[in-house]
Design a protein around this ligand. Structure first.
Ligand code: EPZ
Length: 467
């Protein structure tokens, strides 16, 4: 059984915290470092579970890693690859392993084996855009379906060659995977309709230092040229805009005031607009942003989640909790994932007035219009929230529950805390520093037994040893 959080809500959060480095940048940069045999030094590295998992994965692939957690710095160098097999135990943990195909294909002639993907259950989460793009660059990729699990087998025995890739949706992961492969592909690659999230720009900044030539055009086209030479890199990870928004919403909803050191204005534009619309307060300062309750919070907003520069899908869950504290009726239309309102049922049990709809509410139709998924939501407030025993289903829903518990005056017990550890550094320490009444109840750890799977047999067939 995992650790538990006990939260007694009802107190305004007050004080100052420092934002951590971005999970969705750091994990990708570790994978990107595998492109070359040069040393990469990172600063502002977040101490979170997803970085830990990715570091362990890189070590298995052959990287030497020195991680100074106290100073948030990490050095990684991969002189040579020990294996190009992603062990099965990593495949269920997050969305990083599939990026190994793009990063490793230009570095090895061996098959790259990536067992079926994990990550939060937010919908079907296919990888067709990754696979199609990599195939266009010359990769040979096949999926082997086995009884208990499957795996992607990829190689580029004849080398990779630049191509024009049209993504039919600006997927973050598919854009990253294609960029990684294209850095070592001969000639020039154009990704049309690419994702341009700030974390992707951070990846591009890192790759430019590493030796790549990459240009982002105004029309979502990213142009990557074959890199011939690599260099040592020193890079500071961008601030985690999800973490900033999460604590900002806690400050405003609990009627408090919190200064978040390191919060970057540029990454938060869409979020700040919505905070202002509901009457929340913020002041942008030279070294961060202060968020505060500014009198009555009003609803009546319409939010459409979208790719950057739109309102992030990862902000949507805590924002719904914030909207339960506003007066009036608001609409959220989730256009990135078809199934990201699973947490709403628990919020309703805590006292929220929420209704789900399969239609696209708010004017614009999205690609889920005719699919019968509950991807629009109406929330009415203000509603007092009450404590509950809650099991976390995924990272951002998990933070929404923590926030709801901070608003409920009784004690809530939250389980599956591992999900929060994946993306929020020192959550209990930061909330405690802001005056929250929160305790982590540590439970004894279970050690899962290693079992032989169909994948082991496939590896045996290919004379590969799982690490
Ligand atoms: C990244 O996921 C983030 N994860 C997510 O954050 C974030 O919500 C998402 O981007 C959108 O911003 C990481 O960076 C590790 P996508 P990713 O590919 O790359 C569809 C968090 O809480 N799609 O942009 O997996 C897909 O089904 C996490 O930190 C295809 O159809 O997201 C989804 O509907 C959760 N085919 C949409 O695109 C594909 O091949 C967006 O997915 C790939 C994606």
């Amino acid at each position: 059984m995992g650790d538990l959080l006990k939260i007694k809500g009802g107190k305004p959060l007050q004080g100052q915290i420092k934002a951590a480095g971005a999970k969705n940048a750091m994990t990708k940069l570790l994978v990107a470092s595998l492109l070359s045999d040069k040393k990469c030094t990172f600063h502002n590295v977040p101490n979170i579970g997803d970085v830990e998992i990715t570091v362990n994965l890189c070590r298995e692939i052959g990287s030497e890693v020195q991680w100074d957690k106290k100073n948030h710095t990490l050095e990684i160098v991969t002189h040579e690859l020990k294996t190009s097999y992603v062990p099965q135990r990593y495949s269920g943990s997050n969305r990083i392993p599939i990026l190994m195909i793009g990063a490793l294909m230009g570095r090895t002639d061996e098959d790259i084996i990536v067992p079926t993907l994990g990550g939060d259950m937010l919908g079907s989460r296919p990888v067709d855009l990754h696979i199609n793009a990599l195939q266009k660059l010359g990769a040979h990729i096949e999926y082997r379906d086995m009884k208990k699990e499957g795996a992607y087998l990829a190689h580029a025995h004849h080398g990779l060659k630049g191509a024009v890739i049209n993504l039919n949706y600006p997927s973050v992961g598919a854009t990253e995977n294609t960029i990684l492969a294209a850095v070592r592909a001969k000639g020039t690659t154009l990704i049309r309709n690419a994702a341009i999230e700030p974390e992707i720009i951070d990846l591009i900044l890192f790759l430019q230092k590493l030796g790549a030539n990459i240009m982002v055009d105004v029309d979502r086209t990213i142009c990557i040229q074959h890199a011939h030479q690599f260099h040592e890199v020193e890079h500071t990870i961008m601030t985690d805009r999800n973490e900033v928004a999460s604590y900002a919403m806690c400050a405003i909803s609990t009627k408090g005031r919190v200064f978040i050191e390191g919060a970057e204005h540029l990454q938060m534009i869409a979020f700040l607009n919505k905070i202002r619309e509901i009457g929340g307060g913020f002041t942008v300062k030279p070294n961060g942003i202060e968020f505060f309750h500014n009198g009555l919070l009003k609803g009546g907003v319409h939010i459409e989640t979208d790719v950057h520069p739109g309102f992030m899908t990862d902000w949507q869950q805590p924002f719904v909790v914030l909207l339960t504290q506003t007066s009036g009726c608001s609409i959220i239309h989730e256009t990135v994932y078809e199934n990201r309102f699973g947490y709403a049922a628990t919020l309703k049990e805590m006292g929220a007035d929420i209704e789900l709809f399969t239609q696209c509410l708010g004017g614009k139709t999205c690609r889920f219009a005719a699919c019968n998924h509950h991807h629009s939501l109406v929330v009415k407030g203000p509603s007092p929230l009450h404590a509950k025993e809650i099991a976390i289903p995924d990272l951002r829903a998990g933070f929404a529950y923590v926030m709801a518990a901070l608003l409920a005056p009784e004690v809530s017990t939250i389980s599956n805390v591992d999900f929060l550890d994946r993306g929020y550094e020192d959550l209990v320490g930061k909330l405690t520093a802001l005056g929250a009444d929160i305790t982590r109840v540590v439970q004894p750890k279970k050690h899962p037994e290693k079992t032989k799977t169909a994948l082991h047999h496939l590896l045996a067939e290919k004379s590969l040893t799982p690490v």
